[in-house]
Design a protein around this ligand. Structure first.
Ligand code: PLP
Length: 388
């Protein structure tokens, strides 16, 4: 039997009978309804209100990162992180090619250039060794900054992504960033509840971003947050995302071109309720990943992605690697026909038309993971209903 057929058989055995089965479904209960209703009753539905404050405090507590600033979505959080990291038009920002497009778009929207780097198989994140080798080749340190020898442009920042929730190799990556004077930013959009060596993802970077989109581990409908240990950066983030308005009881005085990026209170109410569920969702998603790992171990020539060593992953999306792209496509088509939502990785960013000419290193691991990877249904609820 071909691996793709064996995988589909295993999924039929494991998954509940109802169809369709989504990739990652949200769950709402009485607390969500109560807090959203309370927010409506209060009349404070927009960007001011107690739920925004409460959500931010809860995020800081859960992650152990001192400051959280809630935003309308994860992309807006990343955009703000890049501005506060000092990224300017004409700069280059290093980031992985294997990520959601939302990691790169705010770089380009700032007038900077995404510069794509490769990932590694164990963590799915940026490969620190290959990044260091590449930079020793193309980077030049002078005048307190780092420059791309080939383009002459400043290499300003390194954005690391915790892909599918698995923590990247942060100690090594932080060391590379420091050596090359790159500001470290973490795209932790997928990794709320993921830890490496007892530290939450997002705590290595000068700034980090979370997302609470409907498909993430918890959702506020739409939403995001900026995380930082630096109180001054947090204050600037809050200011910039609130149209750079100076606090005053009635006057509209603004001291910069700001953004309307603050999370509405209504979304924050939903976020507060969802955050209460996080520990229980993490436990069920862990159980699902363990069941999948055990079931797929029996099939030859495929690989089920485990959490990296010394990490506790949130297992946002479970990943299988097939022998080749042909098997991947067979499986995707057959599963779709049955109402089981599987997904390939995002088409790597250097293959998207607007980033085709962006600078990059060789990307063999990115290409191999894209060709072979399939994400499995990963809703927390499957942790209860999965059979066997
Ligand atoms: C979801 C996601 C984003 C963007 O978050 P939104 O809230 O959808 O704007 C950015 N980067 C990664 C890696 C993501 O998965």
């Amino acid at each position: 039997m071909k691996p793709s057929d064996a995988i589909l058989d295993t999924l039929r055995d494991l998954l509940p009978e109802r169809r369709p089965i989504g990739l990652h479904e949200p769950e709402f209960g009485d607390t969500e309804k109560a807090l959203v209703a309370d927010c409506l009753d209060s009349g404070w539905v927009s960007s001011v209100g107690q739920y925004v404050d409460r959500f931010e405090q809860a995020l800081a507590e859960v992650t152990g990162i001192p400051h959280a600033v809630a935003t309308v979505n994860g992309t807006a959080a990343l955009h703000t992180c890049l501005i506060l990291a000092g990224v300017r038009p004409g700069d280059e920002v290093l980031l992985p090619a294997l990520t959601f497009i939302g990691s790169a778009n705010p770089v380009a929207q700032l007038g900077a250039t995404p510069h794509f780097v490769d990932c590694e198989a164990e963590t799915l994140g940026v490969d620190p060794q290959r990044l260091a080798d590449y930079l020793s080749d193309i980077a030049e340190l002078r005048g307190g900054g780092c420059f791309n020898k080939h383009t002459g442009r400043p290499l300003r920042a390194l954005m690391v992504v915790h892909v599918l929730g698995h923590p990247a190799r942060m100690d090594e990556l932080a060391a590379v960033a420091e050596r090359y004077r790159l500001t470290l930013i973490e795209d932790a959009a997928e990794s709320l509840g993921s830890w490496r060596g007892g530290r939450h993802t997002g705590s290595w970077g000068r700034l980090a971003a979370l997302s609470f989109n409907g498909n993430k581990i918890i959702t506020s409908g739409g939403g995001g947050a900026i995380l930082t240990a630096d109180s001054e950066l947090a204050q600037r983030a809050r200011h910039l995302t609130t149209t750079a308005k100076q606090p005053h009881p009635w006057a509209f005085e603004h001291d910069a071109v700001g953004y309307n990026y603050r999370l509405p209170n209504l979304n924050a109410a939903l976020g507060c309720a969802q955050l209460e569920r996080l520990p229980e969702r993490l436990a069920r998603k862990r159980r699902l990943a363990q069941r999948y790992a055990a079931a797929f171990a029996a099939i030859d020539d495929i690989h089920f992605q485990l959490e990296p060593a010394d990490c506790r992953s949130n297992h946002w999306l479970n990943l299988l690697l097939l022998p080749d792209a042909g098997q991947r496509d067979r499986l995707l088509a057959a599963a779709h026909a049955e109402g089981i939502q599987l997904r390939p990785f995002w088409t790597p960013l250097h293959r998207q038309p607007m980033y085709r000419h962006a600078p990059r290193m060789d990307l063999p691991c990115t290409e191999a993971l894209f060709a072979r990877g399939v994400c499995l249904p990963s809703s927390a609820a499957l942790g209860d209903s999965i059979r066997k």
